[in-house]
Design a protein around this ligand. Structure first.
Ligand SMILES: [Zn+2]
Length: 314
């Protein structure tokens, strides 16, 4: 559980995010306390540019805009989904945005080992901030198997080029949630990740969308992100006959069950969290109140028949 605070902003241009030394080096304020959760007395984040000036215009706006976006994301997880992972350092002014997963103690729910979780942020968009914090929440909520497990995989965002859909599952959830959070707050980016409208459902897992250096990355992530969006949105079309509340979808994403073990690395005991698209499909069949036909139609229309983005590849 949280100690009351949810995140710190750290100046990533001054403090090295790859070392633990930056702990406590927060961009903070004694003047501006922003209430995070009214039911807690100590639940605030503070920001003080005054003591850390000069920040130029670009950096100041990243801090203030980023703070606003981060608060929206944290509030959504805290109030709507009841997810309150421990405080995390968020390094600003980084080159690209990322989350560094950690090992969790399945019994105490605390971080195991030396490394602390951290987020690096390069821009203040809902896509960047929403995705990275979603990775953190999902990592924390999967602690029963030690955190996120994307194995087997060759590389992050390799999509269909990876030997399993494990990485694309995590990235797909990370793509879907910012679109929902933006929808919750009625922002212009509602239903979108970056500039991609999830409702358009353009990407099947084996298209060559964003085929940069690794083969066929992102399209597989989008196939599951757009599927989740079709579950969530109230607009139904061919292959999409369902509307599921976000609390329910999140509960399904957190599924913990005796899933089929496709790879040696899946053996963490007899149960684990969802790792693959196939797990999610099976879990919907068993645990959701969607009909089998509706589940099948939904997965087919996103190019993932019966949870397989390629037959036999979990
Ligand atoms: Zn990501």
């Amino acid at each position: 559980m949280t100690d009351g605070k949810s995140f710190n902003f750290v100046d990533g241009s001054q403090y090295d995010s790859s070392s633990n030394d930056a702990y406590g080096q927060v961009i903070s304020s004694e003047y501006l306390n922003l209430i995070l959760d009214n039911s807690k007395t100590t639940n605030y984040f503070s920001i003080n540019l005054g003591e850390h000036l000069p920040y130029n215009y670009g950096k100041s706006s990243l801090i203030t805009k980023g703070f606003d976006t981060q608060m929206k994301v944290v509030n959504f997880y805290s109030k709507v989904l009841n997810e309150r992972p421990p405080i995390i350092n968020i390094f600003l002014f980084e080159d690209g945005s990322s989350y560094r997963p950690v090992d969790w103690d399945p019994y105490t729910g605390k971080v195991q080992g030396y490394w602390q979780p951290l987020i690096r942020i390069s821009d203040s968009s809902m896509s960047a901030i929403g995705m990275e914090y979603t990775h953190y929440v999902q990592d924390h909520t999967y602690k029963k198997m030690g955190g996120l497990d994307r194995s087997p995989f060759t590389g992050n965002h390799y999509g269909f080029g990876n030997p399993s859909s494990g990485d694309s599952w995590v990235e797909g959830v990370g793509t879907f949630m910012p679109a929902v959070i933006a929808d919750w707050y009625k922002l212009g980016s509602a239903g979108k990740f970056s500039h991609t409208n999830l409702e358009e459902n353009k990407y099947k897992p084996d298209t060559t969308y964003k085929n940069w250096s690794p083969p066929q990355w992102l399209d597989e992530e989008y196939s599951i992100a757009t599927l989740l969006w079709d579950m969530y949105d109230s607009k139904n079309e061919k292959g999409d006959n369902v509307t599921v509340r976000i609390n329910q979808i999140w509960k399904l994403i957190k599924g913990f069950d005796s899933f089929q073990q496709h790879n040696p690395s899946d053996y963490h005991g007899d149960k684990r969290n969802i790792k693959y698209f196939k797990d999610f499909y099976d879990y919907l069949y068993d645990e959701s109140n969607m009909s089998g036909d509706n589940i099948d139609d939904l997965f087919i229309s996103h190019g993932i028949p019966q949870g397989w983005s390629a037959l036999g590849r979990p």
